[in-house]
Design a protein around this ligand. Structure first.
Ligand code: HEC
Ligand code: HEC
Length: 248
């Protein structure tokens, strides 16, 4: 946990919202936030918030897709974000501030967010919080502390195909390159498991596996899938599907 907060401090420092201060006073709106949430306007790689976070009740109204980040429905009033401690003086003060790191890192936008954009996203997510939950939501980054990723073979490739299209196709269309790179078919199960659990490295840092796995300046941006977003058995099935595909 200590290591986690240290990382979050680093992220926070790197994401200091200078633009925010410069534009104090600008008024954002929920309508503008809705567009920012759904369109790739904020990114340089084609990603939008909706690719990684749902803004609706996933349990009651599933849309068939599986996203790497937590749902942001009913989330505006959460005590903390990114698994931060409630007594951490440097914790993100609002859901809009907690999004800055996603824009800078996952969406590769060095301009971060303007004050107006933070406000618009916050207003939209407030609108999407009819019954806000106040408990903090833990991060469940699930990198294998041994680094070995054993036990990811023997999955069901038929089920894996369906899961692949729900969770990975958006960035790896038909397992080829798109927003992400083409996925090789001939690797050991551990290769795929590591990438899904660690993503661009942030999953390894947040799990306490390797404090140096993540560099904000690196070009990587695959999001890690935590244990509450993709179970081990689902991951195993996806891996069986990928390994069953013909060589490219
Ligand atoms: C490429 C995927 C990706 C994109 C795009 C992305 N995020 Fe995230 N975001 C994540 C991941 C992974 C986390 C880690 C915590 C988690 O499980 O939600 C996260 C965390 C967050 C959190 C903290 C959630 C929590 O449960 O504490 C907020 C708030 C957030 N993102 C907002 C946004 C907003 C708003 C956008 C669009 C401007 C955005 N994110 C774009 C992947 C993404
Ligand atoms: C939001 C976009 C996104 C999603 C969703 C995504 N990936 Fe990726 N993936 C990437 C990017 C981008 C890369 C290139 C490396 C990086 O940026 O971290 C990558 C790289 C990979 C690699 C390494 C390829 C290599 O040759 O090194 C594998 C394996 C992989 N992804 C598997 C998956 C699987 C399986 C899923 C679904 C569970 C998935 N990805 C979901 C964006 C994504």
């Amino acid at each position: 946990m200590i290591r986690t907060s240290a990382l979050l401090l680093t992220i926070l420092a790197l994401s200091a919202p200078d633009a925010v201060l410069a534009q104090k006073g600008a008024r954002g709106t929920a309508a503008e936030g809705r567009v920012l949430f759904h369109s790739p306007a904020l990114s340089t790689n084609g990603l939008a918030c909706i690719n990684c976070h749902s803004d609706f009740d996933e349990q009651r109204e599933p849309d068939g897709l599986m996203r790497a980040g937590h749902p942001l429905y009913n989330a505006t009033q959460r005590a903390t974000f990114w698994g931060q401690q409630e007594n951490d003086p440097d914790r993100y003060q609002s859901i809009g501030d907690a999004a800055v790191v996603c824009v800078e890192h996952f969406m590769k936008n060095p301009d971060k967010l303007t004050a107006r954009q933070v406000e618009s996203l916050s207003e939209y997510l407030k609108f999407k919080s009819p019954r806000p939950l106040t408990d903090a939501l833990a991060l469940t980054a699930a990198a294998d502390k041994t680094g070995q990723y054993l036990g990811h073979d023997g999955g069901d490739r038929i089920r894996g195909r369906e899961l692949f299209y729900s969770a990975c196709h958006v960035c790896h269309p038909n397992a080829n390159g798109g927003i992400g790179v083409p996925i090789p078919r001939d690797k050991d199960p551990a290769f795929y498991a590591r990438k899904v659990r660690e993503g661009d490295g942030l999953g390894a840092v947040l799990s306490g596996l390797d404090a140096n796995a993540f560099a904000l300046s690196a070009g990587n941006f695959m999001p890690f899938f935590g244990a509450d977003r993709l179970s081990k058995s689902e991951l195993r099935d996806i891996i069986a599907y990928l390994r069953s595909l013909p060589a490219q």
